[in-house]
Write a protein that binds this ligand. Structure first.
Ligand SMILES: O=C(O)COP(=O)(O)O
Length: 232
């Protein structure tokens, strides 16, 4: 039997590397206020993040997760969101425990790493830079880098190709059903973090991810596996 040892590790951003829900809630609520609409709670935002900013804003306008069509004010609310989120991008957002340590250990193993997020590209690099994480990632794929976003597999396949590693030789680390479905469709093994914004827990209950691990625990396992590999 050959051990699976990933040649690259790809990471989701919101809910996996960074808890961005408080600042996303602030930006959404400032946008709703501009339109004279009532605010949402942070708990609602946590359940509605994961399919890109536009879907979050549309869900906030509709007041529910499941929506058949975008509410009429979505375009105006999105323009306001882009304005407001710039102002509060890193007020309360924080890196999850174990992330910096884990990324540093993977960097020391010379593991190529990428971020694959549904967040608009205008916010991805500024957020990573403000939190000191950008240095770890050779490749960043955002929600608007391609014409499609997760759960479509294309962003993961694009990131793996940019790193020069086959999808099946890469590992994706995420928190949501969109992450799980994108990884599955890309033929990429997935590790789920034990926190984040799963959104629809029922989906995970039916089809669990491969493993649930914090980023530091994942890095420690890969370091141990690598040492075993080298010893053979
Ligand atoms: O903007 C979002 O929906 C969050 O994006 P992510 O969880 O893919 O990082």
């Amino acid at each position: 039997m050959t051990l699976f040892y990933p040649q690259a590790v790809l990471f989701d951003l919101d809910g996996t590397l960074v808890d961005s829900a408080p600042d996303l809630t602030t930006a959404v609520n400032r946008s709703l206020a501009d339109l004279g609409r009532p605010p949402i709670t942070e708990a609602q935002a946590r359940a509605w993040i994961g399919n890109g900013a536009r879907r979050l804003v549309a869900r906030a306008l509709a007041g529910q997760r499941e929506i058949d069509a975008e509410p009429a004010q979505t375009e105006a609310a999105m323009a306001a969101f882009f304005h407001h989120y710039r102002d509060c991008l890193v007020q309360a957002s924080r890196v999850y425990d174990g992330v910096v340590e884990g990324l540093a250990q993977l960097a020391a193993l010379e593991c190529p790493m990428a971020v694959v997020t549904n967040k608009p590209g205008a916010f991805t690099l500024p957020l990573l830079e403000a939190l000191g994480l950008e240095r770890f990632f050779a490749v960043r794929v955002s929600g608007d880098t391609l014409a499609v976003k997760k759960p479509d597999p294309a962003p993961l396949l694009h990131a793996a190709a940019q790193l020069g590693v086959a999808a099946g030789q890469s590992l994706y680390v995420g928190d949501s059903a969109a992450d799980r479905d994108a990884a599955w469709a890309a033929g990429m093994p997935m590790v789920r973090v034990p926190y984040g914004y799963p959104g629809d827990e029922a989906v995970f209950a039916d089809h669990p991810a491969a493993m649930t691990l914090r980023v530091d625990a994942l890095a420690a396992r890969l370091a141990a596996l690598g040492a075993m590999h080298d010893a053979v």
